[in-house]
Design a protein around this ligand. Structure first.
Ligand code: HEM
Length: 418
């Protein structure tokens, strides 16, 4: 047995306010201060262990040691996640539900979502030619709402587009908010769940015909481990676990647009049109810019790791942003260098913007391949299919807001399709 060590502990009553103030740098700041990848602090009036780095990520994604059932705070369930969804399941039940998601991610289905995205960008750009300027993030939300609905089989009349795009976005835009924005997120979730529940009912009583290869169909008829259909509310939560994050890819589209503007030398390397160069560029967008700050779990049973004691029930946060900027993993982590991905070995634990570990057995993001494909199509669209100018504007990124977007949400003007 290895030597017992005392985990560094941050003193003081509670550091939730510091978390709000320091945002994406909260864990990183303390990692540097205590020179450790493991420390204990107090958040939301309870002990919380913070982990960072590749070795810690490997531990965090070992489902023998961590559970998810009681990890997410109530306010996130009321807005971002919903209740009863795959994020809060463990063991066999999780594996079975996750398989429902992963069964959608076939090569053909991914190709289809890329094609839908290409078509939707092209259509949107035609309308932009007659506009003086557009806000890329706002446009992307509408484009992604169309993509998400078309791909999942959810009917979307044109007249409902703006309303649904706003509802789906409110759920992730409110994730870290307090006050009125948080309540807007709750209201959006309640309305969106009602919208989807009605569709599920119509699918089940055959009033709405939907192709059997669409998620609306497969999720509506999915059976749990006991062979029973899921209740309507749970199916709605899971369908929203597809629709909402597809719309959230708008954040990455906006950040891709920002990277194109900020790093013209890197854009020049994309001129040759090689797929791998585009792939490295979007990977670097996901590594470089902040999105989800951390993933949360609770210790499943008492154990010792590297000499440190972990007590059953302790809230544990894995620093996603900090691991993507860990100098032990990434040389010059604050410099935008897509070519670094040439050297990257593809470990599931060192590059974790959408979580780490395995897709099927653990909680790694079910939509990571979709995200990459949509980002790549969107990058190619912005670079090769339209010409535009970026007027002077406030492009500063907040390191405390979630999601973090350029302040102006990226205004572009004089758009021409090429
Ligand atoms: C917009 C870009 C996205 C980001 C930054 C993102 C990020 C994440 C993160 C950090 C997790 C949690 C990992 C963990 O708990 O350890 C997650 C889980 C998940 N994501 Fe994504 N995601 C994105 C897009 C998507 C898309 C497009 C889909 C579906 C089409 C999706 C579906 C899911 C699901 C279902 C889970 C829960 C997986 C589980 O608990 O087993 N995400 N995502």
């Amino acid at each position: 047995m290895g030597e017992r060590r005392t985990m560094p502990v941050e003193g003081g009553l509670d550091h939730s306010i510091a978390l709000l103030k320091e945002g994406y740098h909260f864990i990183l700041n303390r990692r540097d201060r205590y020179d450790t990848n493991v420390f204990k602090t107090k958040l939301l009036a309870q002990d919380a262990i913070c982990l960072s780095g590749k070795e810690s990520a490997t531990l965090f994604y070992d489902t023998n040691y961590f559970r998810r059932s009681d990890a997410a705070p109530k306010r996130l369930k009321k807005t971002l996640f919903g209740q009863g969804g795959v994020q809060g399941l463990d063991g066999e039940e999780h594996r079975h539900r996750k398989a429902m998601f992963m069964s959608l991610m076939t090569k053909d289905a991914l190709e289809e979502i890329s094609n839908i995205t290409k078509k939707q960008w092209k259509q949107a750009a035609k309308n932009w030619e007659s506009e003086k300027e557009i806000i890329l993030y706002e446009e992307a939300k509408q484009v992604m709402t169309k993509v998400a609905c078309a791909w999942t089989g959810v009917p979307l009349p044109e007249r409902d587009l703006a309303k649904r795009a706003e509802q789906l976005a409110d759920m992730f835009e409110s994730a870290a908010a307090i006050g009125p924005k948080h309540w807007k997120g709750r209201k959006a979730r309640a309305s969106a769940e009602k919208w989807i529940e009605d569709l599920i009912e119509n699918v089940r009583n055959e009033q709405l015909a939907v192709s059997p290869d669409r998620a609306l169909y497969t999720f509506s008829w999915h059976k749990d481990l006991e062979g029973n259909l899921l209740d309507k509310k749970t199916v709605a939560v899971e369908l929203l676990n597809l629709l909402r994050p597809i719309v959230a890819i708008s954040v990455y589209v906006c950040l891709t647009g920002l990277a194109i503007h900020q790093f013209p030398n890197e854009v020049a390397k994309l001129e040759s049109g090689k797929d791998k160069d585009h792939q490295w560029f979007i990977q670097e967008v996901r590594r470089f810019y902040p999105f989800f700050p951390f993933a949360a779990a609770r210790v499943k049973k008492d154990f010792t790791w590297n000499g440190f004691s972990f007590e059953e029930g302790t809230l544990t946060l894995l620093d996603l942003y900090g691991t993507n900027h860990d100098p032990k993993i990434w040389e010059n982590p604050y410099s935008f260098q897509p070519e670094r991905f040439h050297e990257w070995k593809g470990s599931p634990f060192d590059f974790i913007p959408q979580g780490g570990g395995e897709f099927d057995l653990g909680h790694r993001c079910a939509g990571e391949w979709i995200t990459l494909d949509i980002m790549k199509v969107s990058l190619k669209f912005l670079i090769h299919q339209i010409d535009y100018e970026v007027p002077k504007q406030d492009l500063s990124l907040s390191m405390v807001k979630m999601p973090s977007l350029p302040e102006s949400k990226l205004v572009i003007k004089n758009i021409k399709c090429v």
